[in-house]
Design a protein around this ligand. Structure first.
Ligand SMILES: C[S@@+](CC[C@H](N)C(=O)[O-])C[C@H]1O[C@@H](n2cnc3c(N)ncnc32)[C@H](O)[C@@H]1O
Length: 402
C-alpha cells in the first residue's frame, strides 16, 4: 500500500467519526432560523450549547467565550436597558476571520438594532457562504436588527479597507471613532481543509496550492515553494514555522523528488524518508506531514507577517479606548505573537525591547493593550464534540488610552 493511500484510509475513518461528533447525525441538518439541529423527522435534537452556531462549513470554537469577551467592552457595559435603541450610538465590531460566519451569527444575535458587525475574510467562498447565512442582517433599515457588512479583505489591511465602508442606510463613514472590538479566529476553516482542491490537507489529494484567497500575500503557491526554493531555504521554513525535528532530511527528500504538483506527491516524497509509524509519534508520517503542510501554508499566506501587522498596527489603530481584542490561536507562533502584543505592546521578544528607568520602572513607549484575564482553553465537552478545539488558545485584551 502506498503511504498516501494509508493516510487517505486513516483520514476517511477520522472524518467519519469527527463529522458525526461535530455536526450531529448524518440525517440531521442545521436550521439557521431556529439555530437548532433538526433530525430527519423534523424534531429538535437535544441541542448541545457548543453546537448552537455550527454548520457543515465550520463549527465555531469557544464561541460563547469569544462573544462574551467582545461584549464586555466599555461601551457595551455602559449601555442601560431602559434607554431606547434609537438613543444609542451603535456598537461596532469586526470579525476579522469570518469563515462560515459562526462567531458573527452568535454576536449578531446578542446585539441591538442598528449595531454593526463587519465580517471580513480573504476567501470569497467564505464571504458568500456567510452572507447567505446572515442575509437577514444585511438588507434592512436598522430599526429592528443589527447590520452585518461583509468585507473581502486581508485582515492585515483592515485599517484601510474597513475605514472606507459606508453605512447601509445613511451612507456615511462608519469607523471614524474606531470600533468596539476585533475578533481573530486564526487559521483555516474546516471547509477549506475539507476541500481537496485548496490543497490544505495532506489526507486529501489535490493541487499543492494552499492560498487562502485568490491573491496570496506571498504571491506563491505551495508548489512554487516546493519546486523553486533550495534545500537550505526549505529546511529553514520547516524548522522556523513548525519546529520540524528532521527539517534537513525532509527538505532533501522534497528536492530529490521534485517536481511536485499535488499533495499526494508531497506526502509520498516525505514518506521516502519517514516511517509510517514511529516509536515517537511525532517522528511518524502523519505528524511530519502535519508540520510540513502547516509551515508551507504559513509561508504561502505570509501568515507571520500579516499577523504581526494586524496585531501591532491594525488593531491598535482601529480599536477605540475600552474596546476589546479577542484572538484565538491554534499554534505556538500565533499565540506567542498574541501574548506579546497584549502584554508588551510589541511582537518582539521582551528581552529586546524592555526599557527600564534606574528604579526598574517600565520606561518604553505606551502599550496599546492590557491583558484581560488568563489565556483560556476549550472545555472538555467542546473538545469531545469538536477535536479542532483542542489546540485553541483564547486571549483577550482591552485597548488602553491612546
Ligand atoms: C478558523 S476560520 C474562522 C471560522 C469562523 N470564526 C466561523 O465561525 O466560521 C479562519 C478564516 O479566516 C480566514 N483568514 C485567514 N487568514 C486571513 C487573513 N489574513 N485575512 C482575512 N481572512 C483570513 C480564512 O480564510 C478562514 O475563512
Amino acid at each position: 500500500m502506498r503511504i498516501s493511500q494509508h493516510l487517505f484510509t486513516w483520514h476517511c475513518l477520522l472524518s467519519k467519526s469527527t463529522r458525526t461528533h461535530a455536526f450531529g447525525t448524518p440525517h440531521s441538518h442545521f436550521d439557521s432560523n431556529s439555530r437548532r439541529f433538526l433530525s430527519s423527522t423534523g424534531g429538535t435534537e437535544k441541542s448541545l450549547e457548543n453546537k448552537e452556531f455550527s454548520t457543515e462549513y465550520h463549527a465555531p470554537v469557544m464561541w460563547k467565550e469569544c462573544i462574551d469577551s467582545l461584549l464586555n467592552c466599555e461601551r457595551s457595559q455602559a449601555r442601560t436597558d431602559d434607554s431606547d435603541d434609537s438613543d444609542r450610538e451603535p456598537l461596532i465590531f469586526i470579525d476579522g476571520t469570518l469563515g462560515g460566519g459562526g462567531h458573527s451569527a452568535a454576536l449578531l444575535q446578542k446585539l441591538n438594532a442598528g449595531d454593526i458587525v463587519f465580517g471580513c475574510d480573504v476567501d470569497s467562498e467564505a464571504l458568500e457562504t456567510a452572507s447567505n447565512r446572515l442575509g437577514k442582517y444585511m438588507d434592512h433599515d436598522g430599526k429592528e436588527l443589527p447590520f452585518f457588512i461583509p468585507v473581502q479583505s486581508n485582515f492585515g489591511e483592515l485599517d484601510s479597507t474597513v475605514t472606507e465602508a459606508k453605512h447601509p442606510v445613511t451612507q456615511q463613514t462608519i469607523v471614524g471613532e474606531g470600533v468596539d472590538g476585533i475578533l481573530l479566529d486564526l487559521g483555516v476553516s474546516s471547509h477549506q481543509i475539507d476541500t481537496a482542491e485548496r490543497g490544505f490537507a495532506f489526507m486529501k489529494d489535490g493541487p499543492l496550492d494552499m492560498r487562502m484567497g485568490q491573491n496570496a500575500m506571498s504571491g506563491l503557491t505551495a508548489a512554487d515553494i516546493c519546486n523553486e526554493f533550495d534545500q537550505m531555504e526549505l529546511q529553514k521554513i520547516f524548522s522556523k514555522y513548525s519546529d520540524e525535528p528532521r527539517a534537513k532530511t525532509v527538505a532533501k527528500a522534497i528536492v530529490s523528488n521534485r517536481p511536485l504538483s499535488t499533495t499526494r506527491e508531497l506526502v509520498d516524497a516525505i514518506g521516502t524518508v519517514t516511517p509510517t509509524y514511529a516509536k515517537q509519534k511525532r517522528k511518524g508520517l502523519t505528524a511530519t506531514c502535519a508540520r510540513v503542510f502547516q509551515s508551507l501554508r504559513i509561508v504561502v499566506n505570509a501568515e507571520d507577517k500579516v499577523l504581526d501587522r494586524v496585531l501591532s498596527i491594525v488593531c491598535p489603530t482601529l480599536i477605540r479606548q475600552g474596546g476589546r481584542l479577542v484572538v484565538m490561536s491554534y499554534h505556538s507562533m500565533e499565540d506567542r505573537a498574541t501574548k506579546r502584543i497584549m502584554r508588551d505592546g510589541t511582537v518582539e521578544r521582551r528581552k529586546n525591547i524592555d526599557q527600564r528607568d534606574i528604579y526598574g520602572n517600565y520606561a518604553g513607549p505606551p502599550k496599546p493593550f492590557k491583558p484581560v484575564g488568563k489565556r483560556q482553553k476549550a472545555r472538555n465537552e467542546e473538545v469531545e464534540e469538536n477535536p479542532r478545539a483542542r489546540s485553541a488558545v483564547l486571549r483577550v485584551a482591552e485597548r488602553l488610552d491612546s
